[in-house]
Design a protein around this ligand. Structure first.
Ligand code: ATP
Ligand code: MG
Length: 171
């Protein structure tokens, strides 16, 4: 059976299309525990939406991730993470530090993800065809997440599985 708990410490890999609500879920953890790829893009380029800055942002995120894992600190990786190779890198890094891994899937319906783009500033808007591809990749990845090596797989789509978050928010 799937283990749907979220241990502390662990590495939580958020998975979901742009606009699905990943950063909203991430914000239920303390800010210092959240490594948001967009924030690293902004740190290296002054532009959170700068795709050209992705490689440098990933490099910087990886350095902070490893510094935290060496200290066994709870860490939330807030990026789309819809590509298998990206997830494989995160699982491999966590393993090297002996940290358990959690895949936290945010399966918001595609039309909602697309609609949410329209209320964003233009520079933060993700084109519909990109959101669509991210959404399809997320849906296609869910069943394979345990085999990818995630120790815990949580789908943020029903009240039972949301309870740990609600308890954390209220307590
Ligand atoms: P990106 O990958 O582009 O960073 P994201 O997955 O982090 O996107 P968020 O920024 O968390 O998405 O959410 C997108 C928008 O949807 C935000 O305006 C947020 O307030 C809203 N939102 C997120 N979750 C919910 C929710 N459960 N109910 C209502 N609105 C939500
Ligand atoms: Mg986000």
């Amino acid at each position: 059976p799937l283990d749907t708990t979220i241990p502390d410490p662990s590495v939580v890999c958020l998975i979901g299309a742009s606009g699905s609500g990943k950063s909203t879920w991430a914000s239920t953890w303390p800010a210092t525990q959240i490594l948001e790829l967009d924030a690293f893009r902004a740190m290296v380029s002054d532009d959170a939406g700068c795709q050209e800055a992705t490689a440098d942002a990933v490099f910087a995120l990886q350095a902070v991730l490893e510094a935290r894992l060496a200290r066994r600190r709870m860490t939330i990786v807030d990026g789309t993470n819809s590509e298998k190779s990206v997830r494989a890198g995160l699982v491999a890094t966590a393993r090297r530090y002996g940290m358990p891994t959690v895949a936290l899937v945010v399966p918001t319906p595609l039309p909602v993800c697309v609609e949410r783009q329209s209320s964003r500033p233009r520079s933060r808007r993700v084109p519909e065809h990109v959101v669509r591809a991210q959404h399809a990749a997320t849906a296609g990845a869910v069943s394979g997440l345990p085999a990818e090596g995630f120790d815990h797989v949580v789908v943020a789509d029903n009240l039972g599985r949301l309870l740990p978050f609600l308890q954390r928010l209220s307590g």
